[in-house]
Design a protein around this ligand. Structure first.
Ligand SMILES: Nc1ncnc2c1ncn2[C@@H]1O[C@H](COP(=O)(O)OP(=O)(O)OP(=O)(O)O)[C@@H](O)[C@H]1O
Length: 233
């Protein structure tokens, strides 16, 4: 599904250059639930922005569903992004004047689904995250965890092949964080490929595999089960 090889990225700042990603290699198969973990400044967001086609690497290759991303022009890239990738952000990014249902229906509007289909599908996705009863509420009337669940339902409504979540629990207390991760696990159990960027080890632990980034290089890439087993020997 995702294959990246020898990815490098630097940021230019005046005459200086900050080398942030220093030769990243990894691949993600369909149906995986992967945490990209690392401390602040390790390069997680930079990597996620490249994976999300919001930014380009300086060198290296990135194949998404066997298509090389570098060769795409902007229009094609946008189409490809909308078709393949769904995003969930730390700050939810909901539209404040739209109800929960309308927020979830938005990608369906862009897919030119008719009104009835939009309402039905959006309701299905809201139900999936346990918020059917909150359909007519505005984001301001929802808790942080509920807002994130609406954001997840919205991302799913576009039926992306891969869900990219950037610190999805970063603005939530631990109990609510676990509830949101429970939903992410359920969606993954149903087959969705998901990448979760986090700096919190207990959130990474709720994924199936952890890619540990440190100073722009991958220092560990292992299934969670294997990491847990090695902790008990
Ligand atoms: N647009 C930019 N211009 C210049 N430097 C940047 C830019 N974006 C990020 N950086 C720098 O690149 C390094 C990696 O940043 P990045 O945001 O990828 O790390 P991160 O692991 O996601 O950190 P955090 O958890 O704090 O978000 C940091 O030193 C940051 O200051």
């Amino acid at each position: 599904m995702i294959e990246i090889k020898d990815l490098h990225k630097s940021y230019k700042m005046g005459s200086n250059s900050l080398h942030v990603l220093k030769g990243i290699n990894f691949s993600v198969k369909e149906g995986e639930l992967v945490a990209i973990m690392g401390s602040s400044g390790s390069g997680k967001s930079t990597l996620l922005n490249i994976l999300g086609m919001l930014d380009e690497a300086d060198s290296g290759t990135y194949f998404l569903d066997n298509v090389p991303i570098k060769g795409l022009n902007e229009t094609k890239a946008a189409k490809y992004r909308n078709k393949f990738l769904g995003f969930v952000f730390q700050s939810f990014n909901l539209i404040n004047y739209k109800t929960a249902l309308e927020n979830v229906a938005l990608p369906l509007y862009y897919q030119r689904k008719n009104r009835k289909e939009r309402a039905e599908k959006a309701m299905d996705y809201l139900s999936k995250v346990g918020l059917a009863e909150w359909a007519t509420h505005l984001p301001s009337e929802l808790s942080g965890g509920q807002k994130q669940r609406v954001a997840i339902a919205r991302a799913l409504a576009a039926d992306p092949k891969v869900l990219l979540a950037d610190e999805p629990t970063g603005a939530l207390d631990s109990k609510t964080s676990y509830e949101v991760m429970d939903i992410i696990q359920t969606i993954n159990d149903e087959g969705k490929t998901i990448l979760v960027v986090t700096h919190e080890p207990d959130i990474a632990d709720m994924c199936k595999r952890i890619v540990h980034l440190k100073d722009g290089v991958i220092v560990e890439d292992k299934p969670v089960k294997q990491i847990r087993a090695s902790q008990y020997v």
